[in-house]
Design a protein around this ligand. Structure first.
Ligand code: SF4
Length: 416
């Protein structure tokens, strides 16, 4: 059979879609378009309302083709009923039952993988391999539907993760993204922790870089010293994705976030103290229920103070079955206005940050093809550098930074 996979949302969802593809590729052909396929697999994301609407439309489109449809991802766990109403014949595959994908496609019974996560089987054109290290989390965030979909933390055995990374490196992947809902929580249910895991993975021989996925301030704090040590290995991208969500402690409490703004400041200070060119990425929710203009201003001040390179700004989106869903919401105009203001502020800051790199020499990993025959590479701090030189992907080359924009740098190769 010919099977088409379409993932949406976070790295985790893409990583799991790849795992399903690898399992299915043992018996069936993977195709890259809907028309050629006999079976369609949609890995859904419902983190915000607008994304859910897109998923619903995609399910309707796929369902109207009359082909076998498997709906996977977070919607398959948190909103089964909705899927059944839209596409009564669709098969529903929740995230923690990925191994049943073959059964859903060809009726294979009791398919069991010996290893989970499942080592990549094939080398695809891309440079990065996405390796999930756990599913679920320890959080109780009042706005989060992912928690309802993925429930509590389930860390995967470090040996299995090690085998996956080794396999990916041997296949030729140069960027290994370890991902989770909260990588900082890794191992807390199996008496392990993230720094140990990173130290194990950086011992794997080969020419590759590790990108550590998002982590929460409350799960990072207890092992911060060890984490800083593990980040000092040159195989680790100096990239820290640390969602703060708000600059106000009262709002953090209403969000069910288990830390204070000062904890975020402290972690950022420690990382910058250890790695002065670290890339800081964070997330902010604008317009959370009851957020006053003063509380919103605190989020803006925090961004001005900590100068992140990346801020994923999200307008508050009420998600069904979450605590925040029933909280008194702000007027949508206010929410829109605050989201716009933060998005503008964050680009001003990232541009200034990037401008300080003009004239510097950097080593980059050529990672993907860009527009107009360009190549996008990543520095050791995971900053994107666009070059015009014709260079293969997956190469480490030295460049000189010649210009800076809101969200990327421009460079020329100085050594091939
Ligand atoms: S930590 Fe919070 S935001 Fe993240 S997945 Fe868990 S509940 Fe959701």
């Amino acid at each position: 059979m010919k099977v088409y996979f379409e993932p949406h949302g976070c790295s985790m969802n893409y990583g799991e879609a790849k795992i399903m593809e690898d399992i299915v590729s043992e018996r069936h052909e993977i195709v890259n378009n809907v028309d050629d396929a006999d079976v369609l697999v949609l890995a859904t994301c419902i983190v915000i309302e607008s994304t859910e609407r897109r998923m619903i439309n995609r399910i309707k489109e796929f369902s109207s083709t009359g082909k076998n449809l498997v709906v996977a991802g977070c919607m398959a766990s948190a909103e089964k009923e909705k899927i059944k109403n839209i596409a009564p014949t669709a098969k529903i595959l929740p995230p923690d039952e990925l191994c049943k994908i073959l059964g859903m496609i060809d009726g294979t019974k009791n398919y069991k993988t010996k290893l989970y996560p499942y080592p990549p089987k094939r080398k695809e054109k891309r440079v990065e391999a996405i390796i999930p290290i756990s599913s679920g989390c320890l959080g109780k965030c009042s706005f989060c539907i992912t928690k309802i979909a993925r429930k509590n933390l389930k860390s995967y055995p470090p040996d299995s993760i090690g085998k996956c990374v080794e396999r990916a490196v041997n296949l030729g992947y140069k960027e290994i993204r370890i991902t989770a809902q909260d990588t900082g929580a890794y191992g807390k249910d199996i008496d392990k922790n993230l720094p140990e895991l990173i130290n194990n993975l950086t011992k794997i021989s080969g020419d590759f870089k590790l990108r550590i996925g998002m982590m929460n301030p409350d799960t990072v704090l207890p092992a911060l010293d060890e984490l800083l040590d593990s980040y000092s290995d040159e195989k680790v991208f100096r990239f820290l994705h640390l969602p703060v969500q708000s600059g106000d402690d009262e709002i953090l409490q209403k969000m069910g976030r288990n830390y204070r703004v000062d904890d975020f400041r402290y972690i950022v200070r420690r990382f910058r103290g250890a790695f002065n060119d670290i890339t800081l990425s964070t997330d902010i929710i604008a317009g959370f229920p009851t957020e006053t203009s003063q509380q919103f201003q605190k989020s803006c001040e925090l961004i001005k103070e900590t100068r992140p390179d990346i801020v994923n700004v999200k307008a508050f989106s009420p998600r069904p079955k979450t605590k925040a869903y029933t909280m008194k919401r702000l007027d949508s105009k206010i929410v829109k206005g605050r989201t716009k203001k933060l998005s503008k502020l964050r680009l001003e800051i990232s541009k200034k940050n990037f401008e300080s790199f003009v004239g510097r020499k950097e080593k980059i990993l050529t990672a993907e093809f860009g527009k107009n025959n360009t190549v996008i590479g990543r520095t050791d701090a995971y900053r994107p550098v666009v070059i015009k030189d014709k260079i293969d992907l997956g190469r480490f080359v030295d460049v000189k930074i010649i210009d800076a924009y809101d969200t990327y740098l421009k460079g020329v190769v100085i050594q091939n």
